[in-house]
Design a protein. Sequence first.
Lengths: 128, 128
Amino acid sequence: MVILDSESNVPLYLQLRTQIIESIVRGELAKGDTLPSVRALAGDLGINMHTVNKSYHELESKGIIKIVPKKGAVIIADAKKHALKQQYENLVEDLRPVVAEGLVYGLSEADFQQLISSIISKIKEESS
Amino acid sequence: MVILDSESNVPLYLQLRTQIIESIVRGELAKGDTLPSVRALAGDLGINMHTVNKSYHELESKGIIKIVPKKGAVIIADAKKHALKQQYENLVEDLRPVVAEGLVYGLSEADFQQLISSIISKIKEESS
DNA sequence: GATTTGTTATAGTGAAAGTAGAACAAAGGT
DNA sequence: ACCTTTGTTCTACTTTCACTATAACAAATC
């Protein structure tokens, strides 16, 4: 179940990308499953086909799905495997400014551990 | 010492904002210190005054500095104090999509702890 | 009194985000 | 074979964001 907020300052294609990622984390989408076609999903969500297409390509660039032209988008992410070096480096790049912000607020390393733990729980709640 | 990359896909005002935050975390800037004037810093960095101004207002909206018109920008962040509720919630909002991405790559909670730890070390290295 | 300060206003360029419509070739279903 | 669906590609448009540029203002500083 995907819910988009067109009023959000977060672009639609990023909202969609993140929600698909979280669905995979929850196990609602598993390795080998195929995503709906860009036209079908765009129709369901009431947004443009190209916006969905952009989300799919975001996921493909991260190595999470594989888009096979005229076939469909297949999930290849495997939560049991270890992250690739490139994926790890991209994570660090995204994480660093947020961690710096937390530190300047006075968060300790232990605070971060607790924060991460609660976020993971939140993501894994179904019907999120 | 601030170094900006005009080729980066990260906006200049966000690069500057993050580097000021990291300087505070490292202790190079302390509570009560004043930042250079927007004109002076813009001149040093070779960018426009308004870009620096935008960074300062970003920092003020996060409660990290206080801008006093005709006076200067004073650092009010105190790493010894605990984060405010609003600051905490903003952190969660920024962190969630990145954590979800890490999970889909197969990172465990322990992996995240190690990752955070290494990022904190990296931020605290002087001459970063 | 002259300089510096942050603020405000206007204006412009370039890129990104999103929408829209159309056409294409290939795969799939009938 | 025929038709539909598929992802891709192209053009085109609007809106917003990022950044620069110049100017003027009032208040603080020296």
